[in-house]
Design a binder for this molecule. Sequence first.
Ligand code: HEM
Length: 403
Amino acid sequence: MGIRLGPLRAWMVCHLRLVHEMLRDTATFDKGGPLYERLRPLMGDGVVTFPYADHRRQRRLLQPAFRPARVTAHVDAMGEEALSVCRGWRAGRTVDISAAMMTLTTGAVSRVLFSDSLDTARTAEVRDCLTEVVHGLFVRTVVPIDALFRLPTPANRRYRDAVARLHRLVDAAIAERRAGGARDDLLGTLPAEAGCADSAVTDQEVHDQLVSLLLTGAESPSLCLSSAFGLLARHPETEHQLHTEVDTVLAGRERPGPDDLSRLVYTRAVIEETLRHSPPGWLFTRITTRDVEFGGRRLPRGTTVLYSPYLLHHTPASFPEPERFRPERWLCGRSLSGVGDDGPYGPMVPFSAGSRKCLGDSFAMAQTTVALATIARHWRLRHCRDPSRRCVRRSRWDRGRCR
Ligand code: HEM
């Protein structure tokens, strides 16, 4: 389907088979288009934005930190981050849930990247920068008129300042680590080579990878958790079922440990259904690197092509009554990881597919499941009753009772 994005003409791929075909042919349908053009000045040549040519080498460098065994080792830290965020809440008070989830996810991903090198104050500064940057990026992506963003408006200044501060914080962490001792984290594995003259990994690459992972690792899980709590507040029966499972599995403990993950079946189904119903990334772009025949059309080199996880997740043929929030869909053999009924070419693509599939999918599933269980163990969240509050930029919900 041909569409216009302001001055830009693009093609939207709506058919499931074609989406998978496109996602698997990364040499022809490379990262590019308005979204990635906006991300590149921020993330440089990191794994998220880098074109096909060097992508495989970058992926190999980073993949070990996100293998399932490494992810399991982070489960306790994920639970601690969730506990520390919800410990400060008071019954009956209003909580800015988007900000709280951003704090939680920034803390968790910072530990993987920097372990204890970022103290609480610097992690909070990273979170503030990321929040500003995410907002600015969204505006820049939906309004593709660069001149507007060069104007000296307060919003543009805030965005530029946040980007500059984020880069400074990451540079300082790299410099400190090179001066200090080794640690078993991503920053420890990358610059172990980066400091050496004969290394293929430069300091700039370490920097770009860290900024890329901070942004992707904090934003999407935070959106997923915020949506999950919003949906649960509207579906009390689902919420009740979640609380029953969490209470049974945790049996009085404050948070889940690594062995509990496989027993939090319903909790995981709530996350999976949230990712289906309200995928954090709902539209992505690709750019053709050569003239190609695709879906019965001839697309010249340089054509912008889009796909939407939201669209695929809301197709009735794949998910009957797609607007309904029903975690039960995921309890009968159907699985997001592609081992269930749907197989690897299924309609569920919240993490995309092919060789550019999300690097942090296992990490994200563990993190959001642990965070949801930990918070649900202690709190029940309710939407604010005041309708005027629904219009504020960050959604605000009051918390009901402390359980
Ligand atoms: C619920 C949470 C998450 C969702 C829904 C999500 C979704 C996605 C999607 C859809 C893509 C592909 C984008 C495209 O096709 O253009 C992607 C890529 C990526 N994600 Fe995630 N993500 C999540 C969490 C994370 C986490 C926690 C990390 C790392 C800490 C991460 C790191 C990445 C990276 C590095 C890429 C680029 C992969 C590549 O191009 O090789 N993501 N993610």
